[in-house]
Write a protein that binds this ligand. Sequence first.
Ligand SMILES: Cc1cc2nc3c(=O)[nH]c(=O)nc-3n(C[C@H](O)[C@H](O)[C@H](O)COP(=O)(O)O)c2cc1C
Length: 360
Amino acid sequence: MPTALAPGPIGSAPAGRRPTTPALRIGPHTLAAPVVVAPMAGLTDRPFRRLARELGAGLTCTEMIAAAAVVRSPAAARALLDLGPEEHPVAAQLVGGDPQMMAEAAQICVAHGADLVDLNLGCPVPKVVRLGSGAALARDHARTVAVLAAMVRAVPVPVTVKMRLGWDERTINAPELARALEDVGVAAVAVHGRTRSQAYRGEADWRQIARVRAAVRRIPVLGSGDVRDPEVAAQRIARGDVDGVVVARGMLGDWHFLEHTVRRLGTGGSPPAPTFAERLALARRHWDAMVDHHGERLGVRRARKFVVWAIRGCAGAARLRQQVATVDSREDLDRLYELILAAGEGPLGWQRPVFTSGEG
Ligand SMILES: Cc1cc2nc3c(=O)[nH]c(=O)nc-3n(C[C@H](O)[C@H](O)[C@H](O)COP(=O)(O)O)c2cc1C
């Protein structure tokens, strides 16, 4: 079995060990760790979120959901807002740009169990920005304020936003926008330290993220972008650059990264690096959860990309990767797991996947 840390609040640290970072509060919620798992389209479904919570994440979030879809169809809302009682606190992320529709969609999220509602102000993809949503909405200060004001009025739970630094390097507006959103009642701001023009290229600019933290008065600011090192994350919080961090691609294929970040920002401990078998066992727990939750056919399909990420650095990875596309059943998945385990770790060890795209 995996070596997952026992889940639980940071306050449950062993005697003599104090949490190293201050508690992160968003509205009435005191998070168990200042570590939020990013919304990631196509990835952060209920099995993903549940495992993240078990590993100690303070908050998880659905992938972005089109407000129009949840408002127009109760069946779509049910499917998209698949929030479980085991997940609290959990946020639902909406994308859209019409104040009334966003208010209505926020209410539907709460009716389906969301403890927080987040607005996506960072999605860079053309099909979203063409509609004036995501990163395009954030360019229009007045409309963004109107949308958030309507959402805050509509629901009794905290409304948060996830934004980029700005549209491009000449139009960085995150500090001013965050301050204006604080004034209409937004409860927390997560900032991805890239512009829309950058998409996922280059490095996230944490000095700019810190400027957002300096611009707001009361609400927490979370930093997103290239969170890869628990020690660096701890330093950024200790310096007061941010109140918490958002973990995204850094945990894909590497559940222990999330677990270690939670531990470092909680009790200050640094667990030893996982063995190959431990890493694989945790990955397997997630694949199995997807099959249990989505059913064999869909679950196995959804598991495939996670299998590819998990076997990076495995001896004979190229050959094993070819087999992933042929995996169609739980039995196939079990067989592949045994093959991977038998192959063992290659000379370079596990390698973080290289990603060039996303949606936030
Ligand atoms: C596959 C993928 C899907 C994403 N989907 C969303 C999304 O639905 N909503 C959102 O706000 N951000 C989304 N993002 C952006 C992440 O939440 C995060 O801000 C970004 O990846 C930067 O963090 P990182 O450099 O640690 O990956 C996505 C990113 C990836 C890689």
